[in-house]
Design a protein around this ligand. Structure first.
Ligand SMILES: Cc1ncc(COP(=O)(O)O)c(C=O)c1O
Length: 406
């Protein structure tokens, strides 16, 4: 049996995985074009061009570029009329922005547990969390795997709720052949550095609803209205506009997105097959209705009982030492310090809110298990190479198992 790298043995892999971001002359030329145009912000043509191209790509009428995925969520919530006194159902297994955006509009995030197979929000738990104060649901397509949008849209219709898809990790993902970001009332994407479509920072809201689109446009543009004058501000907004630099980069990056998604899918499906053969490793389940997974993250579940009860933390250390970058992922959001201390004044105790929430009492056992002992992540650029990269991952895990179980 080969000695583990963590014990001084030779690592399975000594070279890196494909790096991120990917760029070439086309990004340099696009940036030069913006530079030489002298139009670096509003008034340039790159942001409108990208808004139109991305909206078309997703299959919606309107796209509104903003500064980040976080502000996309905040603007979408405001456009949807979510505010003080309202509850918004969110998963606890996601990045903080999904819940903090709700607090930022003075509404209350209500956590609904995730599905143990997909790690996406569980529609049964959503249904249980609904009260007369519920205004919206934010399903997150975690890791780029579409949530069960059939069930979520049915629940939303039944209870007259708004659905804002958090697509921050899911550019190009499809549910039954339809791109995410076009299924709910609004979709929110992030273009932060690590994302599958990236510009360093940035975000976009996608929607087919003209009224929501116009409101998003106003809120991100200082409260102006589309046909109004520069110094007319009928609404309360902020300046959340994207720069021309970001849009220029995104237009170039977008040309590679479909090909990169295809390569990620080929490699990830191959890895799914190989890892499924190892007792104690279960890849994230891909529902048959998921026609394209974005694989921003490749998620699998580690069962310590099949690895001689060695805890996940030790497994991750051994895997990293073998040259395979990996992460344990999130903590349940409601366990974060933000939710431990009582949130003073608005939104929890501002008089508008008629419910009662004590985040220290929230329990989402599936998310807790995923965060504490089971979930493992690989990152999207690891899937941009070829099958030999996947074989290294498989061989590293097999080597670790042999050693742990010897
Ligand atoms: C699920 C999810 N939602 C929202 C965001 C926020 O996006 P940004 O970092 O662009 O503000 C992220 C980014 O990490 C995310 O992963």
């Amino acid at each position: 049996m080969k000695k583990l790298a963590i014990d001084g043995g030779k690592p399975i892999r000594e070279k890196g995985f494909p790096s991120w971001p990917v760029w070439d002359e086309s990004e340099i030329n696009a940036l030069r074009e913006v530079l030489e145009s002298g139009r670096w912000g509003i008034g340039g043509d790159k942001v409108p061009e990208f808004e139109q191209k991305f909206a078309e790509y997703v299959g919606v009428e309107h796209g509104i570029c903003v500064t980040s995925g976080t502000t996309a969520l905040e603007v979408a919530l405001k456009a949807g009329g979510v505010g003080p006194g309202d509850e918004v159902i969110v998963p606890p297994y996601t990045f903080m922005a999904t819940a903090s955006a709700v607090l930022q509009v003075n509404a209350i995030p209500i956590f609904a547990d995730i599905d143990p197979d997909t790690y996406n929000i569980d529609p049964n738990e959503v249904e249980k969390a609904i009260t007369e104060r519920t205004k919206a649901i934010i399903p997150v397509h975690i890791g780029g795997c579409p949530a069960d949008m059939d069930a979520i849209m049915d629940i939303a219709k039944k209870h007259n709720l708004i659905v804002i898809e958090d697509c921050a990790q899911a550019h190009s993902a499809e549910w039954k052949g339809q791109k995410v970001g076009s299924i709910g009332d609004m979709g929110c994407f992030s273009f932060q550095s690590s994302k599958n479509l990236c510009a360093g920072e940035g975000g976009i809201i996608t929607t087919n609803n003209r009224e929501f689109g116009d409101k998003c446009w106003s809120f991100h543009n200082c409260g102006r209205v589309r046909q109004g004058a520069w110094y007319e501000h009928p609404l309360l907004g902020s300046n959340l506009r994207m720069t021309e630099w970001q849009a220029a980069i995104l237009l170039s990056q977008m040309k590679r997105l479909d090909e990169q998604t295809k390569i990620r899918n080929e490699n990830a499906l191959y890895l799914d097959k190989k890892l499924s053969e190892i007792d104690g490793i279960r890849p994230q389940k891909r529902d048959d209705r998921v026609t394209t997974h974005a694989y921003h993250l490749y998620i699998f579940r580690y069962d310590a009982s099949k690895f001689n009860n060695v805890p996940r933390a030790e497994f991750l250390k051994a895997l990293s030492a073998e040259g395979i970058p990996c992460s344990p992922g999130y903590n349940p959001l409601y366990k974060d310090d933000l939710f431990k201390a009582p949130i003073e004044k608005c939104p929890l105790s501002c008089g508008y809110y008629k419910g009662k929430v004590d985040y220290t009492k929230v329990e989402c056992p599936v998310a807790e298990k995923a965060c504490r002992e089971e979930g493992v992540w690989f990152f999207q650029s690891m899937f941009l190479g070829d099958k030999s990269d996947m074989d290294d991952i498989v061989n590293a895990i097999k080597k670790i198992k042999d050693n742990f179980c010897a």
